[in-house]
Design a binder for this molecule. Structure first.
Ligand code: NAG
Ligand code: NAG
Ligand code: NAG
Ligand code: NAG
Length: 427
């Protein structure tokens, strides 16, 4: 049991089970401790049992929808709602003009999934020649937005300075746990009179049918404990990562439109929040800043055995627009909102970080490279000693790739009394 839930999880019997110790006869300290532990364990057991018995998965999902969703949807839209008819149009036809940016929906306005495969494609020769995963992608490419299963409209309440958002998948609870204990820990203040730092994880649904029910219940429980999960009703597959990107941007436009800065990253990276906040201290939220590990003139990979292989039929140009590796990057909230509208004018592309590069190109914004973002590893040589050197990690902003045990160990080292040479300063 990681922590005692702060909210959401009611422990109805706690009052009766464990009357405050102060009202009771004095015990020895040891007895008190044992008594307290027993009470707590019992209360948690009762709570978990009551909670599990009383809710079906359907209820889990309904409960977590924002209570205001329905009425606000009724009052709303000036903007065409994304419905089954729009799915069949070219995104250019349904995109909201940029000038309407301030008149978006007040709540998540997609409540049904009714999007069928684009069977028109089956008659086309170039399509028939594609690998199955690309055919699957193209069949559903026009399905842009899905309903929300877990939402936290309250997350940006109050004075939030930095929103940390992390792509995660339902089965990798251990990564989320390690991040919550390390770089994802929320702060009431970013220092220097700045507002809070808040963290959210972005998820779709389990990609394997047999994992779905079981993991969905666990996830709903995890969300009750921490209140930091945003989940949408699409399969969490590699080619659906771009959906995660656009769903987050749309969410931000609705629920977090005024946040000064956003850090977006993967769940297998090391982040140094102290350095991020120091870096941001000299920046303005109005800047056209998109900073990360930037690739210029990257070529689409044409080798079929590569994870990032793209057939010529899907992208025929020789190189991609400049883009930042998806492992971790920073941007102001104002730019993220403009990106949301820019991305809505483009057809989806299966590689999410390249897709964001395409959206930036629409806006005419150049991503900025920074030494401190090592989303392709500190050294490309896996065996390099640098990949295990805490002084490097202390000097960086983001480093790929660390799994939970390595992350926890490195976090401990970086926050111990290290003596590092000044040569390593990158800020
Ligand atoms: C499929 O073809 C029909 C008829 O040509 C057209 O009306 C429809 O928009 C097409 N669907 C898509 C997704 O392009
Ligand atoms: C889904 O779309 C199809 C065709 O566009 C329509 O016939 C059907 O009624 C829709 N179903 C729902 C539940 O909206
Ligand atoms: C993306 O998610 C949708 C909705 O769950 C699903 O229909 C589609 O097959 C997924 N696409 C890919 C390429 O996995
Ligand atoms: C680190 O150093 C300071 C003073 O140099 C000392 O007070 C502190 O106990 C040390 N912490 C650890 C974990 O060794």
């Amino acid at each position: 049991m990681p922590t005692i839930p702060k909210h959401g999880l009611k422990t109805p019997s706690q009052g009766q089970l464990c009357p405050p110790l102060s009202r009771r006869r004095p015990h020895s300290t040891r007895k008190k401790t044992i008594y307290r532990s027993l009470c707590l364990a019992l209360a948690l057991l009762v709570a978990v049992t009551v909670f599990q018995r009383s809710l079906t998965p359907g209820q889990f999902l309904q409960e977590s929808l924002p209570p205001t969703l329905e009425p606000q949807r009724a009052q709303k839209p000036n903007r065409p709602p994304v419905n089954s008819n729009n799915f069949w149009k070219n995104p250019k036809d349904v995109a909201t003009p940029m000038t309407m940016a301030s008149q978006g929906p007040q709540a998540w306005d997609v409540t049904t999934t009714n999007c069928s495969a684009n069977i028109n494609l089956t008659h086309q020769a170039w399509f028939q020649g594609l690998e199955p995963q690309f055919r699957q992608f193209l069949f559903y490419r026009h399905c842009r937005y899905f309903p929300m299963l877990l939402n936290h409209p309250e997350k940006c309440g109050g004075d939030v300075y930095l929103l940390v958002v992390i792509k995660s998948v339902i089965t990798q609870h251990d990564r989320r746990e390690a991040i919550r204990q390390t770089w994802g820990r929320e702060r009431e203040s970013a220092g220097g009179g700045r507002g809070a730092v808040r963290t959210l994880f972005l998820l779709g649904t389990a990609s394997k049918q047999d994992e779905r029910m079981h993991y969905q219940q666990l996830l709903a429980y995890e969300d009750r404990l921490y209140g930091d999960i945003l989940q949408w009703d699409f399969l969490d597959t590699f080619f659906n990562l771009t959906l995660k990107e656009i769903h987050f941007l749309k969410w931000l436009d609705i629920y977090c439109p005024h946040v000064p800065f956003i850090f977006k990253g993967d769940d297998d990276v090391f982040v140094n929040p102290t350095n991020l906040l120091e870096f941001l201290a000299d920046r303005q939220p109005q800047e056209n800043l998109f900073v990360g590990d930037v690739l210029q003139h990257a070529r689409p990979i044409r080798r079929k055995d590569n994870k990032y292989y793209i057939p010529g039929a899907l992208y025929s140009k020789a190189s991609y627009p400049p883009y930042a590796g998806g492992g971790g990057f920073l941007m102001p909230g104002s730019l993220a909102r403009r990106l949301h509208h820019a991305c809505d004018t483009l057809e989806l592309y299966p590689i999410d970080d390249v897709f964001l590069g395409m959206c930036l190109e629409v806006l005419g914004v150049q991503p900025t490279a920074h030494e401190g973002f090592k989303t392709f590893g500190i050294s490309r040589n896996r065996n390099s000693r640098m990949n295990k050197e805490p002084c490097f990690f202390r000097a960086m902003l983001v480093v790929h790739k660390l799994l939970p045990p390595e992350l926890l160990a490195m976090w401990g080292l970086v926050h111990s009394n290290l003596t590092c040479s000044r040569k390593l300063q990158v800020l």
